[in-house]
Design a protein around this ligand. Structure first.
Ligand code: SF4
Length: 424
């Protein structure tokens, strides 16, 4: 029988949260394009932004591009900013040229940025106009990835929320897994759902614009990512119901997530346990080596990816790490309820950021490991701290049993590297 400590009141369910609203050091939502453009294979992301935006997306994605990329930036220049050019007319021209050159595109996202907001370019209306012009071959949607409105994982939330109104109406019972997962992880989950007898199961986003799932009153959905508040709201407006569960990170999270799906579909518990026993045992065995390196070490989270709470829960419960502070850009209490109940009592929780104050707290605690954004990692390393870039948590497949040890390895590696350096 697969047993995990129960989810319920306790842990950090009622814990006070330190709310900070100061300067923050986080990438903007354009970053999501890096993983979304690989996921939806016939989509294209056109950032309407500045050269800075183009550099950000290009340098974040640059190392991973091996074919013609499915993103680009329509540069807003000084004439646009000064209101001298008709930005809409220019945008229409850029889109027409792009679609002529890339006839395989079926779904085009216009992605807003700080500059497009500054000149108040209405990308929602532009998307409607362009959709009419290029229908039925191409659908055009818009969302904002601007640094004024979004932190880096919120770009995915905004993108998926933009997809929801266009999903076909389907009131038949079914399970929807929501959140971009690497294809390999999606395939593993599909096999597990099949073995459990859970179905039909669809994924949002689909791998192609023409293969997006339907949604309606019979849809029960499981979040695969903790940063999808707007998408969840949009799905619920279409009649879908969320299945409360922890996130599929680590052995416990994966087991409870799959159990929630199975319970909602009426699968007998004995069958669920029989199916999950072998993969969960293998994953637990694979974690043992990492536990020996990480147990007892103290970790401090700066707010960045919104994955902080589930990752902290995994590090504490399955690897024996001790949590000093777990800070996250936004703490969605209901989506994180099961995760908060699993956090060790007394964990310091923070929402938002006041960078200087948080740096002070971090320095005074001298943690063994700091999980933070790229901008903070180098200065903290220079001060002698060991860091882990949180952006790797979204670029690396980490969900599910077969990735549990890979997830642990992301934290073991910097600790071992620091040791190796200290010995020389
Ligand atoms: Fe910078 Fe804003 Fe462009 Fe993001 S959207 S790269 S924060 S200018």
């Amino acid at each position: 029988m697969i047993t995990i400590r129960p989810v319920g009141a306790g842990g950090c369910t009622e814990a006070p949260v330190l709310r900070e609203r100061g300067q923050r050091e986080v990438f903007c939502g354009l970053t999501g394009i890096v993983w979304l453009h690989r996921k939806i294979q016939d989509a294209f992301f056109l950032v309407v932004g500045s050269r800075t935006c183009a550099h950000l997306v290009q340098s974040a994605a640059g190392v991973m591009i091996f074919a013609e990329p499915r993103f680009a930036t329509a540069i807003i220049d000084e004439r646009d900013l000064a209101g001298l050019a008709d930005a809409n007319a220019e945008l229409d021209r850029v889109v027409a040229r792009l679609l002529e050159r890339r006839p395989e595109i079926r779904l085009l996202f216009l992605v807003g940025s700080c500059p497009s907001e500054v000149i108040k370019l209405d990308l929602g209306r532009a998307a409607q106009r362009l959709s009419q012009q290029h229908a039925p071959e191409v659908r055009v949607l818009s969302y904002s990835g601007s640094g004024i409105e979004t932190t880096f994982t919120q770009g995915e939330d905004a993108c998926l929320a933009a997809l929801v109104p266009g999903l076909a109406a389907d009131d038949r019972p079914g399970l929807l897994v929501v959140g971009a997962l690497a294809d390999i992880v999606e395939d593993q989950f599909r096999r597990l759902f099949d073995a459990l007898g859970v179905g039909p199961v669809r994924f949002l986003p689909g791998r192609r614009a023409t293969a997006m799932p339907g949604v309606g009153r019979g849809t029960r959905y499981l979040l695969a990512q903790p940063f999808l508040a707007d998408t969840a709201r949009a799905l619920e407006e279409r009649g879908a119901q969320r299945l409360p569960a922890p996130f599929p990170l680590g052995v416990e999270g994966t087991t409870a997530w799959l159990q929630a799906a199975a319970a909602a579909c009426g699968v007998p518990r004995a069958h669920v346990d029989a199916v999950l026993e072998a993969p969960s045992r293998r994953a637990r065995d694979a974690l043992a080596a990492h536990r020996s390196h990480l147990a007892g070490r103290r970790v401090f989270f700066f707010p960045d990816s919104q994955l902080e709470v589930p990752i902290a829960r995994f590090l504490a419960r399955e690897l024996g790490m001790s949590l000093i502070e777990v800070a996250t850009p936004y703490l969605h209490r209901s989506h994180l309820a099961e995760e908060l109940a699993w956090l060790p009592e007394g964990t310091r929780l923070a929402e938002g950021q006041d960078l200087e104050r948080q740096l002070e707290r971090c320095r005074s605690e001298s943690p063994d490991l700091v999980v933070c954004g790229l901008g903070l990692a180098n200065p903290l390393e220079a001060e002698g701290m060991t860091t882990k870039w949180s952006i790797e948590l979204v670029f690396t497949p980490i969900q599910g049993y077969e990735q549990a040890a890979d997830l642990a390895a992301l934290f073991t590696r910097p600790i071992l590297r620091r040791h190796a350096l200290a010995e020389h």
